[in-house]
Ligand binder design. Sequence first.
Ligand SMILES: Nc1ncnc2c1ncn2[C@@H]1O[C@H](COP(=O)(O)OP(=O)(O)OP(=O)(O)O)[C@@H](O)[C@H]1O
Ligand SMILES: [Mg+2]
Length: 430
Amino acid sequence: MSNLMQSEAIDTDERRARAEEIRPGQVHEIRPVPRITIQAFCESEVVAQTLESAARDRRMARAHVKVHMGGIPAAVDFYQSAPTPNLVVVESRRTSTDLLNDLSRLAEVCDAETKVVVIGHFNDITLYRELVSNGVSEYLFAPISMADFIGAVSDIFVNPESGPLGKLVAFIGAKGGCGSSTVCHNVAWSVAAHYQNDVVLTDLDLAFGTANINLDQDPPQGIAEAVFSPDRVDDILLDRLLAKCAEHLSLLAAPSTLDRTYDFDKDSFSGILEMAQRGAPYVVADVPHIWTNWTRQVLASADEIVITAEPELANLRNTKNLLDNLRELRPNDPPPRLVMNKVGVPKRPEISVADFTGALDKEAIVVLPFEPALFGTAANNGQMISEADPKHAVSDNFDFLSRIVTGKAELRTEKKSALNLLSMLRRSKA
Ligand SMILES: Nc1ncnc2c1ncn2[C@@H]1O[C@H](COP(=O)(O)OP(=O)(O)OP(=O)(O)O)[C@@H](O)[C@H]1O
Ligand SMILES: [Mg+2]
């Protein structure tokens, strides 16, 4: 139930007292908030302090919270040039028409997936209903308590009835060694670095996975613990298995050892991938170049698939088979994206990119040159390409790919905000 509705029956003194502490019995019903990024723009110190305190609560331990001052105008200014987080919280003392006016400007600079919570100073049920029905996720009536805030965030992002929070992006190579894992790890890194959205990178190549080498990690545990004990998979186990690679990037590493064989059932990875998707906005899967029930199942459940291929004949045949098969498997999903990699290997007779993509009737989303010094140095140093050479054109290509698979490229130009406030404003003025 909304804080606004509850607050109608509560007098000001009680609300103020409530704002100062989390009441026992109230907060431990709240489920922990997943790995989301929250940015708040407050107008009053008291609200800012409440949000700062909430950020330190253990239920918010996985979230990244930043509290700024300046209200909606500061948020509008900030997002002209910065990517929007998973949740924007804005405090406003303005009355309904002015508030709607401000929010319509915010809508213009927000990505579609960004949720918005408004903390307002008017106990107005009509305003509440209008905001919520037009894309604002919650309206909280100030002063708010920590429990009000954490509860609202948890309700938005931990709703078992809604689908998983996270988008699953799967990478597979058309042929062994074509560079699929390298592309996968660099894109995961780029999403985490540029959009400040949390990414869980899962290395599904249990025997030979290289994410641990490429990201310079040697965690004692990883994805094997989850797939071999599916009954134990919960968010606490997931937390334990994740190795932190960067502020927003965590790795579920493969053991990369051969002391056992890795034969899996069709749904062996479903539990851990679903758990990861409930906990983070992006889950990236490095799928090995094999065709089994379980790899097909992972690809079937992905929101986006990226096929990496080299410009030669076996790659062409395999890419065609993958595209045909995946089209049948997921008729209502977007087709896989194609990355052409290692283009221009000296002395190698290659199929030109134009002929390769023409034969498939499929454009390549990026074309990466064969650059053994750059890729070899990065791999040997446990670095991403952007770390090894941020100015190299290949780094831009990975950034572009990360925009495409997250859907951010389209959003930047079209500004498709989930907030439908522009139309709402027009209606309210009519
Ligand atoms: N564009 C490139 N230029 C030069 N070397 C590259 C390029 N892309 C990848 N490599 C190198 O190719 C090798 C194989 O890459 P990677 O392990 O990513 O391929 P893969 O398709 O995942 O292989 P596997 O089938 O073993 O999973 C690595 O040494 C990597 O550094
Ligand atoms: Mg690989």
